[in-house]
Write a protein that binds this ligand. Structure first.
Ligand code: IVH
Length: 684
């Protein structure tokens, strides 16, 4: 339906309505992770707002949701003075030091040592602290902590972060405080950090050492468009200056901030006494790797705000709060040697062999150097003293070389010219050296391990050791060979007896019955992870369809980019790969796709008749479109006709449609339906 033109006044009202709606749905989506409308409906609201703002540019304000995209770059950052200084926290390195803090608090308050203070406990996020000022509920200014007194003005950058509300969400009848400064941490999820680094590596740009640096580097950009292109998050942990509102406890502050539309520090705990604090400290250190954000400890704050005043602050840090730091995940050690590891895609990775050192509770003796560009960037040599870092489950890596400690006996790392496993000549691909011999045992071992892994074909008992032996003993020359193994073959492997051989054969047999998504993932196509594999399986429904897909077919799938499309096509163009797949299918592997979900468009199942000339396309082109989107183009109007599209100088069909009461639309409405249909099939 064509929208009627709004008057200036009506447009202003609708614009305000739309902004409120969009802000609310943003909050549902980004903060609560619980959207209540579809993406398409959200896009529709956004489009309506953009159109109205285009028609009435005088109503555009910097806080319109359409302005989140990033403002023009600046020459330099301005400075912002914090009304209340942004202090730092004192550290407690272990449980004893946390208990010492509790005793200090009680002593200062004149309380007995067995008193139980109420503490608010929160995660300590490893990011960049930031203050956001709201005047009358409107996002007005954002600044970094800086030296605590003055920070950098990052207003246009912060505006691009979706979890920073542009307007505080207010309850019915609630008036916004005249001013409130919300404080929190700008952070990057571990997964987004890894993705970003992968992209930077591909582009041959410098990677970030950790999510914290990535968050800081992304926020402190003179060009806010760069910030907008990075996935940042804001988690609030408190408040600075405020007026026109009262709070009794820190907990209350966090709850209010949450109601206003922010993500707040979670999981948090209100602890009665230091023992409960310690419990939380232990729990969080244990959970640390399972959280989507990087933490470097917990923060413990006296909950009662009236006690904050009594306890006061030192020049650097408050006496009412402390950071309980986790075991450090960076340590220094020495590089004994560098070896070159060949992965399942043939990429040769330099790996540093370290003097073993304990990092965050785990003994580390190897660290990845990623690639030879990274070796160059770090300027690392064998024998160097280095700073090693372990972040979560990620393989430890080297952050920097401590060049001051060089003795002169260090040896350079020379990139190999030939594959250390099969001897084939290596090829350079961007920052990487690659072995392109597909029957290279190193590649095969890796491919086999990946193929059998839990999230791929899930073959129990086919782990690293077995995969390596199968290749080394020549029992497996390509992945498909596992489906032709006999009991006698398996008995040749170390540690295998009758029973274990049978178990493995059963597991291999069982894996033949699998889903298409798992099978695609198991193939180990470059750039095709689990998620992409599922997208492909859902879209193509059968392996056959996927194998036939052109680059264009692949690009039509939302979420598949040119690089992935290219590598999928290349993979299936390689005759050896197709041969191996055929060999598996012959052995009885049956990857099953779900029946393809019917995609519905506004044309699905509709009989459509055209009359009169269209201005934007020929009749045949229009009919083709109807057909493409699941409709049935027909030539004459009857009671069965669902829709008549009327162009210029329509003929008798128009009259007949009027007589029969068939729905009639004009060209503009038809084009709108086409747009909607394109969106429905993922083309829009
Ligand atoms: S409260 C007086 N709570 O840690 C300072 N800080 O070392 C009050 N941080 O600058 C800070 N998570 O950037 C607080 N849940 C949390 C935090 C947190 C991370 C950062 C913050 C602060 C630094 C202090």
């Amino acid at each position: 339906m064509a929208k009627k033109k709004l008057s200036r006044e009506e447009a202003k009202k609708r614009i305000e309505e739309l902004r409120e709606l969009i802000n609310y749905h943003n909050y549902r989506y980004y903060v609560l992770n619980d959207p209540v409308i579809s993406d398409a409906e959200y896009d529709e609201l956004m489009r309506e707002l953009m159109e109205l703002e285009q028609q009435f540019p005088e109503f555009i304000t910097p806080n319109s949701p359409t302005q989140r995209v990033g403002a023009p770059p600046r020459e330099e950052f301005g400075t912002v003075e914090h009304r209340v200084p942004m202090l730092s926290l004192q550290d407690a390195r272990n449980e004893d030091e946390l208990r010492e803090f509790d005793r200090r608090v009680k002593r200062a308050l004149g309380l007995p040592m067995d008193a139980k203070i109420e503490y608010a406990c929160e995660p300590k996020f490893d990011g960049l602290s930031c203050e956001i000022t709201y005047i009358n509920g409107e996002f007005t200014q954002a600044s970094t902590r800086g030296d605590g007194i003055r920070g950098e003005d990052v207003t246009p950058n912060a505006r691009t972060i979706k979890t920073i509300p542009l307007k505080l969400i207010l309850k019915k009848g609630e008036t916004p405080p005249p001013r409130v400064d919300i404080r929190g941490e700008v952070i990057m999820k571990k997964s987004d950090f890894e993705k970003l680094n992968e992209e930077l590596l591909k582009k041959g740009e410098k990677v970030f050492a950790n999510p914290r640096n990535a968050a800081a580097g992304s926020l402190r950009q003179l060009d806010p468009n760069v910030t907008a292109s990075r996935k940042l998050d804001f988690i609030s942990w408190g408040i600075g200056y405020y007026e026109g509102i009262e709070f009794k406890t820190h907990w209350e502050v966090l709850e209010k901030i949450g109601e206003w539309g922010f993500k707040t520090a979670q999981p948090r705990k209100l602890a009665k006494g230091i023992d409960e604090v310690i419990e939380y400290y232990r729990e969080m250190e244990e959970k640390r790797d399972n959280l989507e954000y990087e933490l470097d400890g917990i923060v413990v704050k006296v909950n009662d705000l009236s006690l904050w005043e009594k306890l006061g602050t030192t020049t650097r840090s408050p006496r009412y709060a402390i950071a309980g730091k986790f075991k450090p995940r960076q340590r220094t050690t020495r590089i004994k040697d560098v070896v070159f590891q060949v992965g399942r895609t043939g990429i040769v990775t330099p790996v540093a062999i370290l003097e073993p050192v304990e990092v965050g509770g785990v003994i580390v003796s190897r660290a990845t150097l990623h690639n030879f560009d990274e070796v160059k960037r770090l300027g690392v040599m064998i024998g160097d003293k280095v700073l090693v870092q372990r972040a979560g489950d990620v393989i430890p890596d080297i952050v920097k070389v401590i060049k001051e400690e060089r003795t002169g006996n260090e040896k350079p790392i020379v990139p190999p010219t030939h594959c250390p496993v099969c001897g084939a000549e290596l090829v350079r691909e961007g920052a990487y050296l690659k072995c392109i011999n597909i029957s290279c045992p190193a590649r095969l071992k890796g491919a086999l391990r990946h193929f059998a892994s839990r999230r791929a074909m899930d073959i129990e008992g086919l782990g690293e050791k077995v995969a390596d032996q199968l290749v080394e003993k020549g029992l497996v020359k390509d992945v498909a060979d596992i489906y032709y193994l006999t009991k006698e073959d398996l008995l040749k492997l170390e540690g295998f007896a009758d029973k274990s051989a049978e178990n493995l054969l059963n597991a291999i047999e069982k894996s033949k019955d699998t889903t298409l998504a798992r099978f695609i993932y198991a193939l180990g196509i470059p750039n095709v992870g689990e998620y992409t594999a599922k997208l492909l399986a859902d879209h193509f429904g059968t392996l056959e369809n996927l194998m036939k897909a052109s680059k264009l077919d692949l690009l039509s799938i939302p979420g598949i980019g040119p690089e992935t499309a290219e590598s999928v096509v290349k993979f299936f163009q390689e005759p050896r790969n197709v041969e191996v797949i055929q060999k598996m299918l012959k052995a009885g592997v049956k990857p099953k796709g779900k029946p393809k979900e019917e995609v519905k468009t506004p044309f699905t199942g509709k009989r459509v008749v055209f009359t009169g000339a269209l201005s934007s396309m020929s009749r045949d082109e229009a009919k083709e479109l109807v057909e493409k989107f699941g409709g049935i183009p027909t030539n004459s109007v009857s009671r069965n006709t669902d829709l008549v599209v009327v162009g210029e100088n329509p003929g008798s069909k128009y009259q007949r449609a009027l007589q029969l009461g068939v729905k009639i639309i004009n060209e503009e409405e038809f084009l709108k339906m086409v747009e909607e249909a394109k969106k429905a099939i993922g083309e829009g």
